[in-house]
Ligand binder design. Structure first.
Ligand SMILES: [Zn+2]
Length: 104
């Protein structure tokens, strides 16, 4: 495995693990689009950080003409650009389901 000069850490509170996922949403203003990163996460913190990203996305105010898709999860692979990352839609679906023990 090639060494990276920039180790990417999980955004989880007090978590010092290396991140293996990127939580991001595709943003566009009609002319350009980019991945707006909400969090980088290790496997353990992923459910929590993904839920936080979903809440943030809902609260996000957009200017006219801007669009912001719901957050997704990408496999973080060092050395690859955003558009080359693999999107983990199955994992998104799993984590989007309401937890059985949770009541709001
Ligand atoms: Zn973590």
């Amino acid at each position: 495995m090639p060494m990276s000069p920039y180790p990417v850490r999980c955004y989880g509170k007090d978590c010092k693990k290396l991140a293996s996922y990127k939580i991001a949403a595709r943003w566009s203003d009609g002319a350009t689009s980019e991945l707006k990163t909400y969090a980088l996460s290790c496997p353990k913190c992923l459910p929590e950080l993904f839920r936080m990203a979903q809440e943030k996305q809902k609260r996000c105010r957009l200017a006219p003409g801007e669009t912001l898709e719901v957050p997704g999860i990408w496999q973080l692979t060092r050395g690859l650009r955003d558009r080359q990352l693999e999107r983990l839609t199955e994992l998104e679906a799993q984590l989007s389901q309401p937890g059985e023990n949770e009541s709001v």
